[in-house]
Design a protein around this ligand. Structure first.
Ligand SMILES: NC(=O)c1ccc[n+]([C@@H]2O[C@H](COP(=O)([O-])OP(=O)(O)OC[C@H]3O[C@@H](n4cnc5c(N)ncnc54)[C@H](OP(=O)(O)O)[C@@H]3O)[C@@H](O)[C@H]2O)c1
Length: 370
């Protein structure tokens, strides 16, 4: 009976447009990205490869009382986020792990400590789909920095948390959950943490975890309904693959717009912003997809040589985090230390400005409501 249920569920799943969109378009865009990377590395001088190992500032120079730069990582309870927390704690960061579940946070904390006893770690609970939770987090981290006698600033924010939701769910604020977590949450968190990033006595950085799937968005309006995802809630079949692609494109547009704005601001601090794309990585991201289908996808990607483990996939995040401070407004792909040009749409300045305005409106509305 159980086997029949599993087969029926898998069959129904592969009979959907969204499945074929992922199976065909996502695989093609991944192959396309690797081909771009290959041709890029053939002609690129070694000096343009920023492969981990050169922290933004010598650790001793970071003006925090503990002498360590502070790095905040969202979605640190699983996959790439947990791997990034591990890798960056080894690079000498004081890592602030952020996640929804206190049990999962404690587990990741003890896993890291079991391999690196000297790791400086702190965990906070945060649900990125709620602005209330984001504002509470800002206040908690601020108090923690003050109480611990650490300079009230952070040096690195990694917007990593993300989901691939196959069914339509609405947040308490009335938004599509996938857009709320993958994009709006990252935007709002960056906005509320900006004063701490700008207060850093050494260059600070925002790293946004995007995806090669953004290549499949050819057109998008940046209006309120689309950005909050409410327009998708009316669809008869929830277009989850498109929403995921769209949320990752929004992160790229946001990265480039924040970079432009940081460049314009004539302040003494230096804030850089980069997007990173780990490629295809075996994590829990496909948890809502029937497991026989996700296992099959991993087997195919592995045979094609396109699949990373989270330990290798995390290199793209580490590259983005450790690249020199003057590197900003770029898109790291695949963990080879190389920056690629993302899609033409992601470089559309007018679209990025419209998205910024809409996102700020949503942020203000949420602030008023909470
Ligand atoms: N895996 C890939 O092939 C791939 C490729 C390109 C880009 N990415 C991107 O990489 C990022 C990390 O994904 P992953 O592959 O490591 O997936 P994952 O293993 O599923 O990790 C996702 C993380 O996001 C957290 N999260 C989900 N909803 C949240 C919420 N409301 N508030 C706070 N945290 C929340 C999860 O926490 P819980 O444990 O509490 O659910 C989990 O820690 C995502 O942005 C994803 O889009 C992944």
């Amino acid at each position: 009976m159980k086997v029949l249920e599993v087969v029926t569920e898998a069959f129904q799943f592969i009979c959907t447009v969204q499945f074929w969109r992922m199976a065909v378009l996502w695989t093609l865009s991944l192959i396309f990205s690797f081909l771009k990377l290959f041709s890029h590395t053939l002609f690129l001088s070694k000096s343009k490869i920023y492969s981990g190992g050169s922290p933004q500032e010598p650790k001793s120079k970071a003006a925090t009382l503990r002498g360590l730069p502070i790095c905040v990582i969202t979605g640190a309870t699983s996959g790439l986020g947990a791997a990034a927390a591990h890798a960056l704690s080894k690079e000498g960061f004081y890592v602030v792990l952020v996640g929804r579940s206190s049990e999962l946070l404690s587990k990741v904390l003890s896993d890291i400590r079991s391999q690196n006893n000297d790791a400086c770690l702190k965990a906070f609970q945060l649900d990125l789909s709620s602005l209330k939770s984001i504002i509470k987090f800002k206040s908690s981290i601020h108090h923690w920095l003050i109480d611990s006698n650490i300079h009230p600033s952070i040096q690195l924010l990694i917007n990593n948390a993300g989901i691939l939701a196959t069914s339509c769910r609405i947040t308490s604020e009335g938004y599509d959950q996938m857009m709320a977590i993958n994009y709006i949450g990252a935007f709002c968190l960056t906005k509320v943490l900006l004063p701490l990033l700008e207060n850093s006595p050494v260059p600070s950085r925002v790293v946004n975890v995007s995806s090669f799937t953004h290549w499949n968005v050819w057109d998008m309006p940046a209006d309120r309904e689309t950005v909050s995802g409410t327009c998708f809630l009316k669809s008869r079949c929830y277009p989850y693959a498109q929403i995921y692609e769209f949320s990752k494109l929004c992160l790229l547009l946001f990265t480039y717009e924040l970079h432009r704005q940081a460049g314009r601001a004539e302040k003494s601090h230096h804030l850089s912003v980069v997007a990173v794309d780990p490629g295809a990585v075996k994590t829990n991201i496909m948890r809502e997809i029937p497991s026989c289908i996700s296992q099959m996808a991993y087997i195919v990607l592995n045979i094609l040589g396109l699949l990373h483990s989270s330990e290798t996939g995390v290199r793209a995040i580490v590259d983005g985090a450790l690249a020199p401070p003057e590197i900003s407004g770029v898109y790291f792909f695949g963990g080879s230390g190389c920056c690629l040009k993302s899609s033409a749409l992601s470089h559309n300045v007018k679209l990025a400005e419209d998205l910024w305005v809409t996102s700020c409106d949503l942020f203000q509305e949420l602030q008023l409501a909470s």
